[in-house]
Design a protein around this ligand. Structure first.
Ligand SMILES: Cc1cc2nc3c(=O)[nH]c(=O)nc-3n(C[C@H](O)[C@H](O)[C@H](O)COP(=O)(O)OP(=O)(O)OC[C@H]3O[C@@H](n4cnc5c(N)ncnc54)[C@H](O)[C@@H]3O)c2cc1C
Length: 401
């Protein structure tokens, strides 16, 4: 693997870094204290600047107005943008839209691409992904209760979902629903595009998460689908292929998340080091003089570096050998980087003492919001079990001395 970064990418990353530092980080205190919906004009203004700089939608296809970067390149971008809570949204590569864009591009009909994909890549609309259910284990997604039954030319959808992230303000949802209950478990469900103004798409609430219900993009919704009727042409990909498509959605998405988390690690690590050398804890002595703090700093530096290289290597493997070949690496980075991030954020918070608990730094926002990294896109335990099974299989029938 070649670790050098092309001149083109160095320029792009440099411009992005400067924009994040000058234009986004100064905005964060406002976003921490006000409703997102009241700040949408600010986001739109910054998005316009990004478009003028030709840095919009770095990972999305060129034919739809993106930059068309490959996965390793977008990994580096994710690290750069991840340091600010606003980075992904302002540069047009935020989840869950990014995953929806990928599957619409790969599986959408021409009509679906014109109606949903083009305005989504352009940032005119947002979307959400509605799979997890209140009464069913998300960790075993074949256990779905939501159904989509054919009636005339339509599907009629009934089900109770939650954690449909960013549904508030979204124009459409991609809903996972059982279309053939008699098929084998992995062929029972399909993905269906549901405009959020369809009668029967009932937004129950934005769920309070760690004390904050949030709004607009920064929210997670509970949705009741009650006789929600959409035309059958809204089926995305072949019927029964919901899980196959979901797998496609998750591979590259985990690289984006993991590199975004590395960006968060870098940001809070900077804050931690700065605090350590400036916080005087005794006459003439700063926190940085304490061995325990030095040890945390050295350990965090090593862990961030190791995690970063693992993710870049996984991105490279996906790019060069395909998702299937990288499956084990994808599971490894998912739980490894989520835990590294949690540890680094926790230590940064601890070094800041009482200040770390306040919203006067970004650390508490990351502490609240990123705990979920160990749960979504496959909980730690699910990935660990899957990796261990795969490794142990290789030892079956083998003599080891
Ligand atoms: C912030 C956030 C955003 C989300 N966004 C979305 C979204 O946009 N769209 C969407 O559809 N969903 C979303 N989700 C839902 C997420 O995908 C699920 O929470 C996740 O799949 C886990 O499912 P569950 O919550 O039902 O937990 P469960 O499946 O009930 O699992 C609970 C716990 O049990 C343990 N466990 C489960 N299975 C095993 C196993 N096989 N072996 C050992 N231990 C196990 C794990 O510790 C796990 O954390 C989001 C979740 C969060 C927290």
């Amino acid at each position: 693997m070649d670790f050098s970064i092309s001149e083109k990418m160095q320029t792009i990353l440099g411009m992005m870094k400067e924009f994040v530092e000058k234009e986004l980080i100064p905005l964060e205190p406002e976003f921490l204290t006000k409703n997102t919906s009241s700040l949408l004009p600010v986001i739109a203004e910054k998005q316009k600047m990004v478009k003028q700089m030709e840095l919009w939608a770095p990972n999305h296809p060129k034919e739809f107005g993106g930059m068309g970067l490959n996965l390793v390149e977008h990994g580096l971008v994710s690290e750069t943008l991840g340091g600010s809570m606003l980075g992904f949204l302002v540069f047009g590569c935020q989840a869950p839209d990014a995953g929806n864009i990928e599957i619409l591009h790969q599986y959408g009909t021409d009509e679906q691409k014109e109606t949903w994909l083009r305005p989504l890549v352009d940032g005119q609309i947002r979307s959400c992904f509605s799979m997890t259910e209140v009464d069913m284990p998300g960790s075993n997604p074949v256990m779905l209760d939501t159904t989509a039954v054919k009636e005339g030319d339509d599907y009629v959808i009934n089900g109770h979902k939650w954690y449909t992230s960013s549904a508030d303000g979204a124009k459409f949802a991609i809903v996972m629903a059982v279309t053939d209950p008699d098929a084998s478990p992995y062929m029972r469900a399909s993905m269906i595009i549901v405009p959020t103004d369809t009668p029967g798409f009932n937004h129950v609430r934005n769920i309070p998460v760690m004390g904050h219900a949030g709004d607009d993009y920064f929210s997670h919704a509970e949705i009741l689908y009650q006789s929600c009727r959409v035309p059958q042409k809204n089926l995305l990909g072949p019927e029964g292929h919901g899980f196959i498509i979901a797998q496609d959605r998750l591979g590259p998405g985990r690289i984006h998340h993991c590199m975004r988390w590395i960006g968060i690690c870098n940001r809070v690590f900077d804050l931690m080091c700065h605090r350590a050398i400036t916080r005087v804890i005794a006459p003439g002595k700063t926190l940085a003089s304490k061995q325990i703090i030095q040890s945390w700093i050295a350990e965090c530096a090593a862990e961030i570096r190791a995690a970063r290289l693992m993710v870049l290597h996984t991105a490279w493997t996906i790019e060069n050998k395909g998702v299937k070949e990288a499956r084990q690496d994808i599971s490894l980075i998912k739980f490894m980087v989520a835990n590294t991030m949690q540890k680094v954020i926790d230590r940064a918070l601890q070094v800041h003492g009482g200040l770390g608990m306040t919203d006067d730094t970004i650390i508490s926002f990351f502490y609240r919001h990123e705990r979920a990294a160990r749960i979504y896109d496959g909980a730690d335990e699910v990935h660990k079990v899957s990796v261990a099974r795969r490794i142990l299989r290789e030892y079956e029938g083998k003599t080891v001395k």
